[in-house]
Design a protein around this ligand. Structure first.
Ligand code: GLU
Length: 501
């Protein structure tokens, strides 16, 4: 944190709604959110929608949905409001205009009437002369303000340029991640803050907003590092305190190239649809460039929100590791209680697959909480990613007529002795009363049978499992039969008999 900045911490995430929320943007949002939470600060969401050709309301909604799914609650911004709004840049155009006019009136900015042709000719000439300074030649900088105003009033097209002090010298960005980064004064020209079409440039609108919204720390992708010296010029012209900057590294794919669709999913939406747990996903993204310490991989949201700090952010590019994400997701699932697993993973997946008909998770769960929790208890240890539960649960939704996997039938049922296994199992299971129908009593009833039948366990359980579940890869048998219920279990044995030898 900047030692010179004693203002209460205010940070912002300012996506442009020109597309979906990508993992890089999500990580920027997470860092801003965590930084605000760790410092008792305010997290602001601002929609940078000044690019009218590419910004859409639909993208804004996608971004808001993604933010909500990530659990990144914002204190000010769309839907929640706040004292520093509006929080859409397109609704702030008057504010930018007013600020630009103030700078013109104070001599910190000026009207420029140079045509694109003149600018091009000046640029070429500077190149040919091999000038050290190749930027705007400051042609209109010294036009008498009264004269300039008359030309504006007469309808002459103009832009507004910032007046960078001639003796400004190099600009040093004190970046919390990169350290001091020096930009040569020669690279700074009197750049445009207002275009001839009356719209502000990014470097101007952003600074006006950040200054007026009292932003103390700007945490964003390092693709914006090169904009920062210009933005500092705007802060200085406005007489506003310069915030602390923290530019975070790029995210690379496993091949060392910038993460893109070629590597896999890049939008938050796709990860949600793939069934990732949002806490696990946030944990994973937070570690792309930040570390709690040397080796902790599981950093729950509350730890992130209390321990995040910029001095643990790396300036090196981070590599997206799909396997590590899956591993972390699995760890989060394993740490859940059965009820949580049921409500956040199992039931939603069964609903999405059409196995559960309800369209409300809580209502579906409330109909048979013990049943779901028992199923969760056997599936959870075998699950890395939620959708895996669907195929493993399907056999429970087939009534008396389970679908048989041909290979499993061939290997386990169409085998000498299998018929006697099923008959023995049926007799043992029939002897269990309906109110005793529990995994433990089912296991206990089957347990002595292989020995009595003088066969090995693998053959015996293989036959019963295929008769009940249709295949050999189903979850533990006792629990599976408890979940099926006594009637269905016995009916399935009956129906499998003709397949057994
Ligand atoms: N709207 C800009 C972007 O999405 C924000 C950059 C910034 O944080 O200043 O890249």
């Amino acid at each position: 944190m900047s030692s010179t900045d004693n203002r209460p911490v205010r940070v912002r995430f300012a996506p442009s709604p020109t597309g979906k929320l990508h993992v890089g943007g999500a990580r920027t949002a997470i860092y801003n959110w965590a930084f605000a939470r760790a410092n008792g600060g305010t997290f602001i969401l601002r929609i940078d929608d000044t690019d009218p050709t590419r910004s859409t309301e639909e993208n804004t909604q996608i971004i808001l949905r993604a933010m909500r799914w990530l659990g990144l609650d914002w204190d000010e911004g769309p839907e929640v409001g706040g004292d520093f709004g509006p929080y859409w840049q397109t609704e702030r155009l008057d504010i930018y205009r007013k600020e630009a006019m103030r700078l013109v009136a104070e001599g910190k900015a000026y009207y420029c009437f140079c045509t694109p042709e003149k600018l091009e000719a000046d640029r070429k000439a500077a190149q040919e002369r091999k000038d050290a300074f190749q930027g705007y030649q400051r042609t209109c900088r010294d036009i008498d303000p009264a004269v300039a105003q008359r030309r504006v009033d007469a309808g002459e097209p103009y832009t507004i340029r910032i007046k960078v002090p001639l003796d400004r010298g190099d600009v040093v960005v004190h970046d919390a991640v990169h350290g001091d980064v020096t930009f040569n004064a020669k690279e700074l020209d009197d750049f445009i803050i207002f275009r001839s079409d009356g719209t502000p440039t990014y470097n101007f609108a952003t600074v006006v907003d950040d200054a007026q919204m009292g932003i103390t720390h700007i945490i964003r992708g390092d693709d914006h590092l090169s904009n920062t010296p210009r933005q500092i010029m705007v802060y200085e012209a406005m007489g506003a305190p310069t915030p602390t900057f923290a530019h975070i590294s790029m995210i690379l794919g496993p091949d060392g190239k910038k993460l893109s669709k070629r590597h896999g999913a890049t939008s938050v939406e796709e990860y949600k649809a793939a069934g990732y747990d949002s806490d696990a996903f946030v944990n994973y993204l937070a570690l792309l460039g930040w570390a709690l310490d040397g080796d902790t991989t599981i950093v729950p949201r509350d730890v992130l929100a209390s321990k995040f700090s910029l001095d643990h952010v790396s300036k090196n590019p981070a590599t997206f590791d799909f396997k590590k994400l899956d591993w972390i997701n699995g760890q989060y699932l394993q740490a859940m209680g059965d009820e949580e697993f049921s409500k956040t993973q199992l039931v939603p997946q069964l609903m999405a697959a059409g196995l559960e008909q309800d369209d409300d998770v809580d209502a579906a769960y409330a109909a048979k909480p013990e049943w779901f929790d028992l199923l969760s208890s056997i599936l959870k240890p075998r699950t890395t990613l939620a959708p895996e539960v669907v195929e493993k649960s399907r056999f429970l939704y087939m009534g008396e007529d389970v679908e048989f996997d041909e290979k499993s039938v061939k290997k386990n049922l169409a085998k000498e002795g299998a018929r006697s296994y099923l008959e023995a199992a049926r007799a043992a299971l029939e002897a269990i009363d309906a109110d005793q129908w529990k995994a433990a009593s089912i296991d206990a009833a089957l347990e002595p049978l292989p020995e009595q039948l003088e066969t090995n366990k693998r053959k015996f359980y293989g036959a019963v499992r295929v008769a009940e579940c249709g295949n050999q890869v189903s979850p533990p048998l006792g629990e599976s039969l408890e979940l099926l219920g006594r009637n269905v279990t016995l009916a399935r044995l009956e129906k499998a008999l003709p397949l057994a030898e």
